[in-house]
Design a protein around this ligand. Sequence first.
Ligand code: NAD
Length: 238
Amino acid sequence: MSKIIIEPKDRVFVLTGAGISAESGLPTFRAEDGLWAGHSVEEVCTADAWVRNPEKVWLFYAERRAAGFKAKPNPAHTALAELEARLGDRFFLCTQNVDTLHEAAGSKRLVHMHGQLDRARCENECGRPPVVDNTVYTTLAEVPRCACGGRLRPHIVFFGEMPLEVEFIEEKIAASTVMVVIGTSGSVYPAAGFVNWAQRQGARTVYIGPERPLNASSFTEIVLGKAGQVLPGLFEVQ
Ligand code: NAD
């Protein structure tokens, strides 16, 4: 397997998806035993679901919390944290994952564009920022209220809602010369289109995962394999 050479002029943008956490025991969305097995997206991950049945939504995310907090980062998360330690501000990580395994591995320059499991925020968008919230709720009655009176909801981007920090992400892509995309099926936009934004400005674009993503034709290089096996030792920083 050839190395990805990072030259002194390079700035690296990494996008990760559910696949990078698969080897930590967190199922991907598309796996047969996947996260959504037994749950339709409409019941647990839309603004309508929240209005109709907030308890069901919280109990679903409480289960995700319980599993997510037990999981440990795998060698792929660690390899990215080590790359960041070498590149400093020339590295940026955008994850679609709501687990916090990148932080657990030591990543610092990152955004969670679809939210994160260990935060909650006011359902009324009253302007107060998300709060740290690790509670595995068992009933809706346990969920605290915001100072404005609204109920706290999971800090998760529901289907149909805008991803977080898209302008900041766009700036980081515009500044990058290498884009590395790991473990995402290329089916959910805008993330699936980031490779096209990078390509338009002449960046090298590499995909890493066990199967070709839906947007495979947009990459200059595809490395087929599991992230935890491929990433350690993949980068050569010059
Ligand atoms: P996905 O489940 O659609 O794709 C996972 C990808 O990981 C697959 O391409 C798979 O080949 C790859 N993979 C599996 N094991 C791997 C490994 N060991 N190493 C590297 N790659 C591996 O997940 P996604 O692309 O992250 O989904 C994008 C976003 O879609 C999510 O953040 C979520 O917000 C949203 N979403 C999707 C669904 C759905 O039904 N597709 C449901 C809910 C949410």
